[in-house]
Every structure is written in structure tokens, then in C-alpha cells.
Design a binder for this molecule. Sequence first.
Ligand code: ADE
Length: 225
Amino acid sequence: MRIDIITVLPELLASPLNHSIVQRAKNKNLVEIFVHDLRLLGKGNYKQVDDYGFGGDAGMILMVEPLYRLITSLTSERLYDKVIYLTPDGTLFDQPAANHLSCLQNIILLCGHYKGIDHRVREHLVTHEISIGNYVLSGGELAASVVVDAIVRLIPGVLSDETSALSDSFQDGLLAPPIYSRPAEFNGWKVPEVLLSGNPKLIKEWQEEQSMERTKRLRPELLKG
Ligand code: ADE
């Protein structure tokens, strides 16, 4: 999979994209991630990529021209499955969306900043819009990092034990059951007996019950439909 990320703040993406599972996926050549600094396409000595909006609203807007040049230079080189703009008014990102994106070949993630991007980019170049939650971030970079992390860990071969992505919360529409590690007792706090029983059938039944109970109690809306 190839992911191209467009941003005016590449530094904000450096840490999430260069550690942990995402770094491991890049090392294994299971994903290529290219971060494009929009400012390099800016105009004049100041490399201008943002300007005031028409209509008198305060705040700077990423200009149409540098975005047009960058996006079309990418799309002229290869076919992209999706050109995604990260924005609070996009479709809410969830596990099924992550599963879907992880099956694609090439995607562009476009991070807005300041007030956002010139709307003509959304009308003519962006194909999909994603929000990571009903709140407003200062830019799309943290949202893009969330989306990349959620999809890269699902690419086959990225996690050493592939079943561990399948047992994630949400993967079957339910929350994951509680998990424990050694010691079996700490400070008088005991690991549930059944997990020490060595009986896979009993353990699975217990985990399924726990998943259902936790989902009903903590996130009942997940059970609707
Ligand atoms: N940019 C700013 N806020 C955002 C959000 N909630 N989701 C995605 N991109 C954003």
C-alpha cells in the first residue's frame, strides 16, 4: 500500500509515522508513506500557500493553486483509489472504514490547516472526506496519523500474530474482553480463574460473555442494528 500525505506541518507527522507498528510496516515494505510539504510549492520568496478568505471571515485558507499542482502531479503518476480530506465535517471514521481503507493500493490524505482549504479543492479534487470525531483539531495532521495507524496495523503481515488485529475491540462489532498478564495474583488482585484453567473452550466462552457484557454496559449503541 502507498499513502501520500499532504501537509503544511510535516513535523507534526514525524513521530507517529516513524515509530512502533507503522515503522515496522515500512521496514517490512508493506506500506510506503510519503509526506509532501505543501510549502515547497508555495509562491514567491515566502513560499505562500495560504491567504485570506473572500467574504470577510477571519482566518487563513490553504490556497487552491499549490494544492492543485501537488495533487495533480501525484494523480498523473499513478491511479489513486481515494483522495481523502481530513475535516470535522467528513464521514465519521470507524473500524469498518479502517478495514476498507487497508485493502486499497494508493491513497492521498490531505491535511487542512488554519481555517481549512479552498472549497474548490473539495469540489474538484477530493473524492472522500473523513472526520475522526465530533471535535475540531487545529489541523488534519493528528487525524491523518490516527487514520494511518488504524489502517496500517490491518495490512496482512504487519502484526506478527495476525489474529491479534482480529480480536481488537470493534473488529466484530463488540468491545474486546479484559486481558491480563503475569503474575496471576498481585496485591491480592486475582486474574479470573477461568483464564488459568488451560481449557480453550471455557476461555473462549468467558471472553465472549465478557465482550457482550462490556459492550451492553459501556457502549450499548454498538449493539443496535
Ligand atoms: N481536522 C480538524 N478537526 C478534524 C477532525 N475532527 N477530524 C478530521 N480532521 C480534522
